[in-house]
Every structure is written in structure tokens, then in C-alpha cells.
Design a protein around this ligand. Structure first.
Ligand code: FES
Length: 101
């Protein structure tokens, strides 16, 4: 199996009970997943996108994590996704959207 260049995680607030009901889900994370998929396809990025349970940084959601770069972005929306992917293609990060340690 060939591993993808990037693994992107979009928090969708899944809980143990299976319901998505946390902050990121309520902030439109479901729609962001589809947008992210389409943008990555258009750009021909080799990426796998997964949705996750709560990543414990709800106050900064919606959250997008990009590995192997270990980039944690907060307040993600469609405009930010465009900027984040532009930077990724340049091998850079959008510092102002990164979650502080
Ligand atoms: S619900 Fe997304 S970080 Fe908690």
C-alpha cells in the first residue's frame, strides 16, 4: 500500500456514543470536510482525510490537523482552507491560524 503524502484530520466532535454534537460539528465541520476534499482533488494533493472525535481544543475550533507536518489549525473555514493549502503546496504554514501551544 502506498501511503499518502498527507493525512488531514478534521474534528467533527464525535463522542463515545457516536453522536457528533460538539463545538466543531456545530460550527459546520461537516461542510468543511467536503470542501477540503474537493480542494485537495483540484490541487492533485495526495491526501487522506479523516474525521475525528473531539481533539480537546474546542474553543479554537473548527480544527484541521495536517500530518506529517504536525500543523494544528483553528478557526478553520473555507477561506482559511484555501490559504492553508496554498501554503502547504509551498511547503509552508499559515502561522496566524496555527493553534498556540
Ligand atoms: S469538538 Fe472539535 S476540538 Fe472539541
Amino acid at each position: 500500500m502506498k501511503k499518502p503524502d498527507y493525512h488531514m484530520l478534521v474534528c467533527n466532535s464525535f463522542r463515545m456514543a457516536g453522536d457528533a454534537q460538539g463545538y466543531c460539528n456545530k460550527s459546520g465541520a461537516v461542510d468543511l470536510i467536503q470542501y477540503l476534499q474537493e480542494e485537495c482533488q483540484d490541487r492533485e494533493l495526495d491526501v487522506t482525510i479523516s474525521t475525528t472525535g473531539c481533539l480537546n481544543v474546542c474553543s479554537q475550533g473548527p480544527i484541521l490537523v495536517i500530518h506529517p507536518n504536525n500543523l494544528w489549525y483553528g478557526g478553520v473555514n473555507e477561506e482559511r482552507i484555501d490559504e492553508i493549502l496554498d501554503a502547504l503546496e509551498e511547503g509552508e504554514a499559515v502561522e496566524e491560524y496555527l493553534i498556540a501551544d
